[in-house]
Design a protein around this ligand. Structure first.
Ligand code: ZN
Length: 258
């Protein structure tokens, strides 16, 4: 008997777990701010009359792992096949298909799992602890970058003195200077990325966004195109038919059942 709350319909059959590898965020658990703003903007501008066309639900979302091509819907397979194979046959890729129904069920099961996790105290304290670690290590990295920038400044002064004392030529000085400047630019870029990541609490923001989504869509009877795009960034299918889903919510990355 199911004891946990479910946001999706109980009538759905369960998908066997063996083909289901859920991979989260490719970016080591840090969802990009752009992606996040994208989800939030979508929620804000949500139109009630979003067209719901089920037939090609996963077009532009599902990709072939072996050749990187998008997968195409085929009515006779009730699912998707590699687009490269569809166009060029065996010389391009292999004939592997994934059924639309299976994909839909995998995602609905994950959403259900996430929905339960979001009110699980242990889970919440775990993700918050991880976030604290991340912030701490970003702060440390930021300090190292500041030190490096300062030491380059000191070196630059030294090279000016060497130039004044005719220990190096103008040409040598210019070369050194431009390489140091390139390095400083690179460090500054990294520095502003890290600074931005320290500004807001990623975990709280993601949890809030996820809750809003569930409130708007619950009860979830089926996977609409709209919900799919809020939740999923990309799905990759290998020829062994393993399914890798990258969700827009990185907080679940380390925890989704495999
Ligand atoms: Zn392919």
């Amino acid at each position: 008997m199911k004891t946990t709350k479910s946001v999706t319909s109980d009538k759905r059959e369960q998908v066997p777990a063996e083909n289901h590898i859920t991979v989260k965020n490719a970016h080591e658990g840090i969802i990009s701010h752009q992606q996040f703003d994208f989800v939030q903007k979508m929620i804000k501008n949500r139109k009630r009359n979003f067209t719901k066309f089920k037939k090609h639900l996963f077009t532009n979302v599902v990709y072939c792992n072996d050749c990187g091509s998008g997968m195409w819907y085929r009515q006779n397979r009730l699912g998707y096949i590699c687009g490269n194979y569809a166009r060029h046959g065996n010389i391009a890729c292999t004939n592997h298909a994934i059924s639309e129904k299976e994909l839909e069920q995998v995602i609905l099961n994950d959403i259900d799992w996430m929905y339960n996790k979001i009110s699980d105290k242990k889970f919440l304290s775990d993700v918050k602890a991880l976030e604290k670690k991340r912030v701490h290590s970003n702060q440390k990295e930021l300090n190292l970058i500041d030190d490096e920038i300062n030491s380059i400044k000191v070196k630059k002064r030294r090279y000016i003195e060497m130039l004044a004392d005719n220990l190096i030529s103008h040409g040598e000085y210019r070369d050194i200077l431009s390489s140091k400047e390139a390095k400083v630019n690179e460090l500054n870029e990294k520095r502003s990325e890290l600074k931005a990541s320290l500004l807001e609490n990623q975990v709280t923001k993601e949890i809030e966004t996820f809750r809003n989504l569930m409130e708007q869509f619950s009860p979830i009877e089926e996977l609409s195109k709209e919900l799919l795009h809020y939740m999923v960034e990309r799905i990759v299918i290998s020829k062994e038919r393993t399914i890798k889903v990258t969700y827009r919510f990185s907080i679940f990355s380390n925890y989704l059942p495999v």
